[in-house]
Design a protein around this ligand. Structure first.
Ligand SMILES: Nc1ncnc2c1ncn2[C@@H]1O[C@H](COP(=O)(O)OP(=O)(O)OP(=O)(O)O)[C@@H](O)[C@H]1O
Ligand SMILES: [Mg+2]
Length: 222
């Protein structure tokens, strides 16, 4: 299995006809690339991730992931399930489900038998340091613990493209390093492509590319 390539050409996105969230953004990521995305609040980082992940569509320009135009997918849900792992800025865990069950959601959708689901969910919860919290509801977890459950859930289907919006934002430096290490290991093992919004100082040592957005434009690509 290898990572998915991402090709973005001349993408613009405006909200409510006024807010120009992205202006003519072009970007190419090869399979297995690891790009860190930074920039001030409101510069368009989450918007860009949402567009790449087919959760929203651009007003102009094209986005091709793994050879497919993401705004013209016949089965966007299936595409997301098979190709993409998403860690949302606001983790979006299901409040009625335990940590383990939240991690299992994409595995249920993928049709994995329950024994394997539990096993993989517990393995991932162990990796993010939450083995002892598997039966807790989100309301019984701290903010950082919820964020780690969201990371485990995004990785459950072994995505070929991981889109993570501040996956270490609510974590102390040790827990944050641990998540970045986990992502680095999985990337080496599976070759997944990663775009990670992060201000974590540790991201600079790990990412191959540092992208900076300002006012809807990529102003730095190092
Ligand atoms: N659904 C929406 N409707 C209207 N405006 C929006 C919507 N989503 C985002 N915006 C606006 O688009 C711009 C870019 O927002 P975006 O969420 O991409 O920023 P960001 O870089 O992720 O910021 P932060 O670091 O605060 O998360 C902002 O000015 C925001 O107010
Ligand atoms: Mg954001």
């Amino acid at each position: 299995m290898s990572g998915a390539a991402v090709e973005i050409d001349g993408v613009s996105k405006t909200y409510d006809g006024r807010v120009r969230a992205l202006r003519d953004v072009s970007l190419r990521l090869g399979p297995g690339d690891f790009a860190a995305l930074t920039g001030p609040s409101g510069s368009g980082k989450s918007t860009l991730l949402n567009l790449i992940g087919s959760l929203d569509s651009p007003d102009a320009g094209t986005i091709v992931v793994d050879g497919q135009r993401v705004d013209r997918l016949a089965h966007p849900h299936r595409f997301r399930l098979e190709v993409i792992g998403f860690v949302f800025q606001f983790h979006h865990l299901l409040p009625m489900l335990t940590a383990r069950e939240n991690v299992e959601v994409p595995l249920i959708a993928a049709g994995l038998p329950s024994g394997e689901r539990h096993e993989r969910a517990d393995e991932l919860l162990g990796e993010v340091g939450l083995a002892a919290r598997a039966s807790h509801l989100p309301s019984q977890l701290s903010g950082g613990e919820r964020q780690r459950v969201a990371v485990a859930r995004a990785l459950a289907n072994r995505p070929r493209l991981l889109l993570a919006d501040e996956p270490t934002g609510a974590l102390d430096s040790v827990a944050g390093e641990r998540i970045l290490d986990l992502l680095g290991r999985l990337r080496e093992a599976y070759g997944m492509t990663m775009v990670v919004v992060s201000y974590d100082p540790g991201i600079g040592e790990r990412a191959e590319r540092m992208l900076r957005l300002e006012d809807g434009r990529i102003v730095e690509d190092a």
